[in-house]
Design a binder for this molecule. Sequence first.
Ligand SMILES: *[C@@H]1O[C@H](CO)[C@@H](O)[C@H](O)[C@H]1NC(C)=O
Ligand SMILES: *[C@@H]1O[C@H](CO)[C@@H](O)[C@H](O)[C@H]1NC(C)=O
Ligand SMILES: *[C@@H]1O[C@H](CO)[C@@H](O)[C@H](O)[C@H]1NC(C)=O
Ligand SMILES: *[C@@H]1O[C@H](CO)[C@@H](O)[C@H](O)[C@H]1NC(C)=O
Ligand SMILES: *[C@@H]1O[C@H](CO)[C@@H](O)[C@H](O)[C@H]1NC(C)=O
Ligand SMILES: *[C@@H]1O[C@H](CO)[C@@H](O)[C@H](O)[C@H]1NC(C)=O
Ligand SMILES: *[C@@H]1O[C@H](CO)[C@@H](O)[C@H](O)[C@H]1NC(C)=O
Ligand SMILES: *[C@@H]1O[C@H](CO)[C@@H](O)[C@H](O)[C@H]1NC(C)=O
Length: 440
Amino acid sequence: MEQQLTLVLLDSPKGAKIVEDTCYPSSSSSSSVTSSSSTDRRHRTFVKFFVYLSLIALAYYFIISSFAVSPISPDTSSSANGSSEKCDLFTGDWVPDPSGPLYTNLSCHHIQDFQNCLLNGRPDVNYLFWRWKPRDCDLPRFSPSQFLDSVKNKWWAFIGDSIARNHVQSFICILSQVEEVEEIYHDKEFRSKIWRFPSHNFTLSVIWSPFLVKSETPNNSDIQLYLDQLDHKWTVQYSKFDYVVISGGKWFLKTTIFHENNNITGCHYCQGIDNLTDLGYDYSYRKTLNLLRDFVLNSTHKPLVLFRTTTPDHFENGEWNTGGYCNRTMPFKEGEAKMKTVDDVMRDVELEVFQKFGKGFGLGSNIRLLDTTGMSLLRPDGHPGPYRHPNPFAGVKDKSHVQNDCLHWCLPGPIDSWNDVMVEAMLNRERELYNLIGLK
Ligand SMILES: *[C@@H]1O[C@H](CO)[C@@H](O)[C@H](O)[C@H]1NC(C)=O
Ligand SMILES: *[C@@H]1O[C@H](CO)[C@@H](O)[C@H](O)[C@H]1NC(C)=O
Ligand SMILES: *[C@@H]1O[C@H](CO)[C@@H](O)[C@H](O)[C@H]1NC(C)=O
Ligand SMILES: *[C@@H]1O[C@H](CO)[C@@H](O)[C@H](O)[C@H]1NC(C)=O
Ligand SMILES: *[C@@H]1O[C@H](CO)[C@@H](O)[C@H](O)[C@H]1NC(C)=O
Ligand SMILES: *[C@@H]1O[C@H](CO)[C@@H](O)[C@H](O)[C@H]1NC(C)=O
Ligand SMILES: *[C@@H]1O[C@H](CO)[C@@H](O)[C@H](O)[C@H]1NC(C)=O
Ligand SMILES: *[C@@H]1O[C@H](CO)[C@@H](O)[C@H](O)[C@H]1NC(C)=O
């Protein structure tokens, strides 16, 4: 059933455990300290030396590259002038990029195992060598060093589900090439976290709130959604943030009971429970986004808020639980890709709620769309597929029985480009403001 599409993939506490194992260099290094044979020590000295050399090389690389990118090409001058109106960042094509990703499974320690396609032995690597090119301008890969310099003392939050986590891991992988992060908080399930880039005092949060509104799951029964109350988990922290990237989506497809004004008003996919009216996931999604938009507009605190649009999955010849897979190795060309109904419906709701805020950050509002749906739709080649863990086919007779993930994204991978458009959209807005009030 399409509606129940992603439940297993979205809900993997095992994933949270694995995050713990892979993302904590501090715990693994403390265990290595306890072993103290001389070969180990020599090995560590060598590693230190190697790291030291790499850092020098890296510093050199960034000094060179920051000189290399600074002259603004005619194509990018529109953004340098602070007007993103001229270029729609979200309409474009994937173009070959022989330079490849800014990080690998070796240089980034923040990739969750389920998305670590290189580690898990995905054999093809062509999917790493593409860059998003908006049709009307050029969008260079954002420079992590310039970016970190521009967000000193700021706090940036990602709010949403496992795709938001996927996104923040990509962001951290890019930024950690300049400065390694310190994790300063995680919740019990390792789903919400806070990191800091110490020398820039830049703080980054990811907040687990898959419905964005208040939700309860009493005694493992159906999920109760309170469509007139936002999830306090993120609203109580909102006033700390300077930048917010917020998203919702696939969780709304689950069986859910709707509450409004202390009354049960309907449900989605509830198959006749208590004779409730099935109002559909578009109802709950629309209510949620309207509530979110009003909260942002009414709040006296004014961070820059990007609402990221729905992310399409690419299961073919079946769904996640019926042998669907995604083994393409090339991006789609425009027109080749067809969006599934679920994503169409969600994106329509998103456009309906947010599009009035225009393509650019309207000067009057602090909210806009990060419309990554179209660019993502063109990348059926960017998912882990069966490579959710090493040797997925070991001991398996029938390959079609291996669970595929055609929803989350390999890291490195296409969603690294989400950060290029995200940073461009955010910094454009800053430039507009500076121009407007005459600061520089
Ligand atoms: C950007 O501004 C400069 C000078 O302020 C101007 O010469 C140039 O034409 C502008 N470019 C665009 C694309 O508006
Ligand atoms: C990184 O990926 C390569 C294959 O591309 C693999 O051989 C290696 O073990 C991986 N290393 C880590 C630390 O993930
Ligand atoms: C560091 O950043 C935080 C949050 O953005 C801010 O509250 C704090 O004042 C900053 N610290 C310094 C020393 O500037
Ligand atoms: C959950 O289970 C407990 C114990 O079985 C019961 O007391 C409680 O009323 C249940 N809550 C709901 C909301 O059904
Ligand atoms: C509660 O919701 C139902 C529809 O599910 C509606 O018929 C009823 O009038 C509502 N009651 C109140 C008190 O709002
Ligand atoms: C659901 O509707 C049927 C038919 O109208 C009725 O017989 C039944 O009692 C209702 N169930 C509940 C839980 O209201
Ligand atoms: C919030 O803003 C909306 C319009 O955007 C308005 O209709 C609503 O009454 C406001 N709510 C509060 C609590 O101010
Ligand atoms: C993808 O898998 C299908 C079914 O196993 C196969 O027919 C097809 O050739 C594969 N495509 C690629 C690009 O490997």
